[in-house]
Design a protein around this ligand. Structure first.
Ligand SMILES: [Zn+2]
Length: 129
């Protein structure tokens, strides 16, 4: 298991979710936003969830620290990555539970109660979902 996936598994477990994380892909081409939760149909028509993380945005260490991510002040790249992972995993968890998985009121509540996030979007780059 990759380090990132192990981190995601630990986040899910700590938040009380019993399921495993989806595949997590580090992307060099993702420059528009730091993280993205996507579901795509595979060749057999099965929906496959995936979390994509931006190499250019998340491996960057020369931000004007502290950075505000998910409404939380982050002082290093490690923390930024964790906040983004938490955010994308909420999308995933809502999807697994068959719920509306956008930035809904329920999303806001979970983000606040389980992770202390003060913002419903993560705030690095633009974000559709
Ligand atoms: Zn989001």
């Amino acid at each position: 298991m990759s380090t990132t996936r192990a981190r995601a598994a630990a986040i899910l477990k700590a938040a009380g979710w019993e399921f495993a994380p989806p595949p997590i892909v580090w992307s060099a081409r993702l420059t528009r936003c730091a993280g993205l939760f996507v579901i795509e149909k595979d060749s057999r028509g099965v929906w496959r969830p995936e979390i994509r993380l931006s190499i250019p945005l998340l491996r960057r260490r020369d931000w004007p620290w502290p950075m505000e991510v998910c409404g939380i002040r982050c002082h290093d790249a490690e923390r930024v990555q964790l906040r983004i992972l938490e955010h994308e995993l909420i999308h995933f968890a809502l999807w697994v539970e068959g719920k509306e998985w956008g930035h809904t009121e329920e999303f806001r509540r979970i983000a606040f109660e389980r992770f202390g996030h003060q913002a419903i979007t993560h705030g690095i780059g633009s974000e559709d979902a």
